[in-house]
Design a protein around this ligand. Structure first.
Ligand code: PMP
Length: 288
């Protein structure tokens, strides 16, 4: 894998940033996970818009135009000669002094990594995944907006550690009010009596780009969709449940806190959303 750093490409072992980069010292930076499908960068514009919003939220001035970042993403795909890949785009605050004030940092670093997979086990997609609710709550929106895709993922990492301790590979995380927020790196949907339901932004979630894609598909297909607070009870008793994310794509959920979800996994609407999603993803983006 060749790694892009500020306009140059390096072999993986040669790709380096300063130990004084506040991205390393404090998780001070932002990122996007992006997917290339059949030489098409899926929803690139949406990812770059979210990156700009994250940057604005942490008052990190991006010294590159959206077009320049888009070109860097496409160039990374071309240089690595890939047709399908997961890309990780990071912007760190840059090198500074040991104090955490970003005032000492003047040179943000734009880094793009790529991972050709394989990603999650095929079993998750064919048979579904089991989820368990973990004690760690999603960060309160008042403390740190979950919409900022920051380089500090400790909240999710704690959720992951807790579910793994219990023998599960994915965790359901609740918000401080006890409503369903999201998984450690994926959004959650359920289907109840033909209606698609998902927690709203006020539940303290990342507004996933895959999540929005599913909402758009539902609207196009005339499937009623509602963004509404969800309890664990609603998930236990759902007809279907699935997770969405750039890395995960669409993963059906077969069990939640020991309760089997629905009659079959993946359920019929989950299958339909998955088919529609894969029809879109080599079209709805930027060709490299
Ligand atoms: N929630 C969290 C916490 C995430 O980190 C992610 C991305 N991995 C998502 C949801 C899904 O967002 P997207 O569909 O934009 O990848």
């Amino acid at each position: 894998m060749k790694v892009y750093i500020n306009g140059e490409f390096f072999e993986e072992d040669e790709a380096k940033i300063s130990v004084l980069d506040h991205g390393l010292l404090y998780g001070d930076g932002i990122f996007e996970g992006i997917r290339l499908y059949k030489k098409c960068v899926f929803k690139l514009n949406e990812h770059l818009e979210r990156l700009e919003h994250s940057a604005k939220a942490i008052m990190l001035e991006l010294p590159w135009s959206r077009e320049a970042i888009a070109e860097a993403v496409c160039e990374t795909c071309r240089v690595n000669e890939v047709e399908d890949v997961y890309l990780r785009l990071l912007v760190t605050r840059g090198k500074g002094t040991l104090g955490f004030s970003p005032k000492s940092c003047s040179n943000p670093q734009l880094i793009i990594l790529s991972d050709p997979g394989p990603f999650y086990s095929a079993e998750y997609y064919e048979e579904g995944i089991k989820l368990i609710t973990v004690p760690t709550r999603r960060l309160s929106t008042a403390a740190l907006s979950p919409q900022i895709k920051s380089l500090n993922y400790l909240n999710s990492i704690l959720g992951k550690i807790e579910c793994q301790h219990l023998g599960y590979s994915e965790a359901l995380m609740l918000n401080e009010d006890g409503f369903v927020a999201e998984c450690t790196g994926d959004n959650v949907f359920i289907i109840q009596k033909g209606q698609l339901l998902t927690p709203p932004s006020s539940a303290g979630i990342l507004m996933g780009i895959t999540r929005q894609t599913i909402i758009d598909i539902a609207e196009r297909l005339g499937i009623p969709i509602k963004e509404t607070p969800l309890s664990r009870y609603a998930l236990w008793n759902a007809d279907e449940c699935f997770l969405t994310g750039t890395y995960a794509e669409i993963i059906p959920v077969k069990e939640m806190d020991g309760r089997t979800i629905g009659k079959a996994c993946p359920g019929p609407l989950t299958k339909q959303f998955t088919e529609e999603f894969f029809k879109l993803n080599s079209k709805d983006g930027v060709k490299i």
